[in-house]
Design a protein around this ligand. Sequence first.
Ligand SMILES: O=C(O)[C@@H](CO)OP(=O)(O)O
Length: 247
Amino acid sequence: MYKLVLIRHGESTWNLENRFTGWTDVDLTATGLEQAKNAGRLLKAEGYDFDLAYTSVLKRATRTLWHTLDEMDRTWLPVVHSWRLNERHYGALQGLNKAEVAKQYGDEQVLIWRRSYDTPPPALEPNDLRCERHDRRYEKLGPNEVPLTECLKDTVARVLPFWNESMAPAIRAGKRVVVAAHGNSIRALVKYLDGVSDTDIVNLNIPNGIPLVYELDAALQPIRSHYLGDPEAIAKAAAAVAAQGKA
Ligand SMILES: O=C(O)[C@@H](CO)OP(=O)(O)O
């Protein structure tokens, strides 16, 4: 049996301000940093250890990983960064306040943009100052590979090749893997691992900074998965994420 641990980054400055974030590279708040440390303390107390860490190229996930590993005295572990683990690109909504967008377009439309499987938010214009196409960290990507918007289906399509080519082989080789990523890149992984339907995925919300443990069989099929920590607090935190898109 293999174990895989997924952690959504701690609270970011734009989580606190309730803004759509996507590929915008905002940092953690003091609360977010504490959540990352707590995740490390919890993992250590429960006897977890890792051989390899994965994260995105965004600092809220990277710093979450650092502080989690620091609490475990594992800052020396190899870390693989990939843009494929980035948050889902939020298109022209990036930077806008979620509740204000809900006031303008309605809760139902915002739920579709936030959680539907195949309806992307409106796209960024390539010449929009928020567009990441000239960001050095993406220079090895093809000109159209840096998205202008993404639905979850698009995120699944770019996360899965990375799972198949890097993460799954490492787990099969016996490496104990921890992943610090984002709400929607984790939803993409959970959808794939648990075979969640396109309709049911709408109801899945990932709380900040709480380790989600997968026990996988030899074929990397989930045997079970569970969050570490107090189930009531975790359910509350997930419900709070769901409510962020309401007017
Ligand atoms: O804004 C975002 O990038 C994500 C995660 O913070 O938000 P949501 O939960 O609305 O998908």
